[in-house]
Design a protein around this ligand. Structure first.
Ligand code: ADP
Ligand code: ZN
Ligand code: ZN
Length: 746
């Protein structure tokens, strides 16, 4: 336990100005009780308002004279403490991502308040067989039927679950209470942990690993035993046995008495994934994700702390489950964009996991079929160990992919959403009773409008985002509300074939019905998956053959195994290339590779058709070839020439203001400040953000780039300082945010 008379405390106020510790005296009653990480109540500020805060340090070093120190009032009842390691991680997050310490502390604390344990009641017999029998006879004579029902049951079992008696036996709690007061039974309450994993299956042994899989496992575990902790990246196509490697590594960790965190993207946390871990490790596996209740979250942390769990599976927040002796962090689908937090601190789970592994002396293993440029770049530079798995173990081979030029289709008179090639293959599948998946590559945009002749997309003149088609043919910007009418001709090439992709998937569904009479279609998009469980329902319906085709947005391409799917169609592949985002090529490549990977998972060979207006774009060509290495070579060249991550680090500084002029001026001032600092960094901008206004708040952005991350944090610190010292109360409505190595464009 930390010794000392004073506590340095982070006050729970989300304001940049109080982002430092405040010192308080530890009163006698809390000596030897107070620990670092505890949540306490203190008087704060001139008015001594009651505030909560977290103790981050206990010390004997007084920052100012003892008589001027205020005292801590007490420990907040029912609060959860931050573990010492988590405080260290939070401090790192604050430094690295530029949030306040309190925001960082709240992030590393999955639950802040303790939740009362779930209670289970049972009924325990207090009498011997004879006594029970005679009492039963008495009750029957007196026609006390409810009591008789309980007693009968108690002849056979000496302990009964309370719910069984009040439920199935339909006995009132009043009747049970009176039996208890007569000394016939006792009602006992015991608390138990909530378990969000509701599975019950037998155990399954692991498969015999292939030589390559074995080599990887042996290598990583040997390094671990020798104390080497270089992060590892497993690059392997889907179905090449990465998960089997994770399972085997985890087994090795459990043998060593260590625990593991398994990160997977939220969308991939399906029943099948969980089942696979559960079959291997049983009750000692649990999950952590946003759909758990507060009680479930709290209890998973308790189970972890008390050594009742070996493995926790979940999206990025699973990183913060407090294990006593963490041995390994596994991060599957390392490239997924959902690993980056969208709220402050805008942390990336990859970097944060790497840091946590350092703090905990654990090892860190990533896997992906299409590694992020960041991870692969580091692997090639020797900062990560790279392993490859390049054979499918289920026997299925990679799909044969063809690219169709949609401009050519139109020229030759085909105006439908399906190219002739795709139509032909679809008909073949329908005949053979095999299944197909059709994928519309557009995130969130329902009704964007584009020219079928040249591919031109109608954009908002103010925001640089696609306009959406609404009822009555109006075109509207979802960000700023700009409206215009549907043009009769394409503004770029004057073709009359400028059309809305109406509700996207919905329209495709209608076209399918028209083109292939009698076809059975399931649709999966934002609309059809709004209610809980609908996502699983659609997938299992498709899996059991209730439809010939599954149409959907990008949610259908992630990691589902449908052995009967032998055809995948990507209806308009280049739509993600329209984003004004340096990662557009990477995102397109990932999506298309995944989509193509959906075909031919079973024994039958698969085919994929990629329809596009940009058949010559390298991300499309390389995805069709499923050649990651070649894609990487071209993409990294582009990043190096443009000075984008991972070649350089980048910090986006976002300035928002309800007043356009003020926001612009402040952005200009800050960019100028950054430019004049004696740091090795390039400053670009400011300019209006690509989404220039949201909800009447104007957005301006400038970027700082440097090979050295530290130079960027220095710029950030100076901007923060300047805001605090010079601007003071002046610019309360203006807001400045920092985003390091952003994954989306501003
Ligand atoms: P990934 O995680 O790379 O997609 P998986 O680990 O899920 O790959 O493996 C794909 C399929 O191959 C699964 O059905 C899995 O059970 C099977 N598999 C994995 N390793 C082996 C092995 N060594 N021998 C036989 N089958 C294996
Ligand atoms: Zn707009
Ligand atoms: Zn056009």
């Amino acid at each position: 336990m930390a010794q000392g008379r004073y506590a340095n405390i982070i006050i729970d106020i989300s304001h940049e100005k109080v982002d430092k510790t405040f010192q308080y005296r530890i009163p006698d009653k809390l000596r030897n009780i107070l620990e670092e990480g505890m949540c306490v109540q203190v008087p704060f500020g001139k008015g001594n308002r009651l505030r909560q805060g977290y103790v981050v340090e206990i010390t004997d070093r007084a920052e100012f004279p003892d008589e001027k120190q205020k005292s801590i009032l007490g420990i907040v009842e029912g609060s959860v403490s931050v573990e010492a390691d988590a405080v260290r991680l939070a401090a790192w997050m604050r430094r690295t991502y530029g949030s306040t310490m309190i925001a960082a502390l709240k992030t590393v604390l999955p639950v802040r308040r303790s939740v009362r344990p779930k209670e289970k009641k049972k009924i325990i017999r207090r009498m011997n067989d004879e006594e029970i029998l005679s009492l039963l006879g008495e009750c029957m004579r007196k026609r006390q039927n409810a009591r008789a029902r309980v007693l009968k049951e108690l002849c056979a079992e000496s302990v009964l679950p309370y719910e069984l008696v009040t439920g199935k036996l339909n006995v009132s709690s009043a009747a049970l209470n009176s039996l208890e007061s007569q000394g016939v039974i006792t009602i006992e309450t015991e608390s138990c942990y909530r378990n969000p994993v509701k599975l019950n299956t037998g155990k399954e042994e692991g498969r015999t690993l292939s030589d390559r899989q074995q080599m990887i496992c042996r290598d990583i575990l040997e390094d671990y035993d020798r104390g080497k902790r270089t992060p590892c990246l497993i690059h392997g196509i889907t179905g090449s046995g990465k998960t089997e490697v994770y399972l085997s590594l985890i087994e090795g960790m459990i043998e060593r008495g260590k625990q593991c965190i398994v990160l997977i993207p939220e969308i991939a946390l399906t029943y099948q994934t969980l089942l696979r871990f559960y079959k291997r490790f049983g009750e000692r596996v649990s999950v952590m994700n946003s759909s758990l209740s507060a009680g479930e979250k709290y209890d998973q942390c308790q189970r972890a702390k008390e050594g009742l769990l070996d493995i926790i599976i979940g999206p990025r927040s699973a990183l913060f489950v407090p294990f006593p002796d963490l041995g390994m962090i596994v991060m599957d689908e390392e490239h997924e964009s959902s690993y980056k937090s969208e709220t402050m601190p805008r942390y990336h789970a990859r970097e944060t996991a790497e840091q946590l592994a350092v703090i905990k002396n654990a090892c860190f293993v990533m896997g992906s079929a299409t590694p992020s440029l960041e991870a692969y770049y580091r692997a090639r530079a020797g900062k990560y160990r790279l392993y490859t798995l390049n054979q499918r173990l289920t026997g299925g081979s990679l799909a044969a992919v063809s690219i169709v030029d949609l401009r050519q289709e139109l020229k030759e008179g085909n105006r439908s959403a399906f190219s002739r090639r795709l139509k032909e293959l679809m008909e073949e599948r329908l005949e053979k009773k095999e299944q197909a998946m059709l994928f519309l590559n557009r995130r969130g945009y329902a009704g964007f409008v584009s020219c079928r002749a040249c591919g031109h997309v109608m954009k908002c003149p103010h925001c640089d985002v696609s306009l959406s088609q609404h009822l009555g043919g109006r075109l509207q910007c979802h960000y700023c509300g700009y409206e215009t009418v549907m043009p009769a001709k394409c503004p770029s090439c004057a073709s009359p074939y400028i059309l809305g992709f109406k509700a996207g998937t919905e329209q495709i569904e209608q076209q399918l019905a028209r083109t292939f009479p009698g076809i059975r279609v399931l649709r999966m998009d934002g609309d059809t998956t709004r209610t809980k469980g609908s996502y699983e329902k659609i997938l299992s319906a498709f899996s059991s053959g209730e439809a010939d085709v599954l149409v959907g947005t990008q949610m259908i391409v992630k990691g589902h195994d449908f052995p009967n799917v032998t055809l995948v169609g990507v209806l308009a592949a280049d739509l993600s290339l329209n984003d004004s985002d340096y990662r557009a090529g990477e995102k397109t490549f990932q999506l298309l590779t995944q989509a193509a990977g959906r075909a031919g998972r079973g024994i039958r060979p698969g085919e994929a058709v990629i329809q596009t207006y940009r058949p010559d774009h390298y991300s499309i060509i390389r995805a069709a070839q499923q050649d990651y290495e070649a894609f990487y070579q071209e993409e990294i060249l582009y990043r190096e020439m443009g000075g984008y991550p991972p070649a350089l680090h980048m910090m986006a500084v976002l300035i928002t203001s309800p007043e356009e002029k003020k926001g612009q001026a402040l952005a200009g001032e800050m960019a100028e400040l950054a430019r004049n600092l004696p740091v090795k960094a390039v400053v670009m901008g400011p300019s209006r953000a690509s989404v220039g206004k949201i909800n009447d708040i104007y957005r301006f952005v400038f970027y700082c780039k440097s090979a050295d991350y530290g130079q960027l944090t220095q710029i950030r610190d100076r901007i923060e300082q300047y805001r605090e010292n010079t601007l003071k109360g002046q610019s309360l409505k203006e807001n400045i945010q920092f985003d390091f190595d952003p994954t989306d464009s501003y």
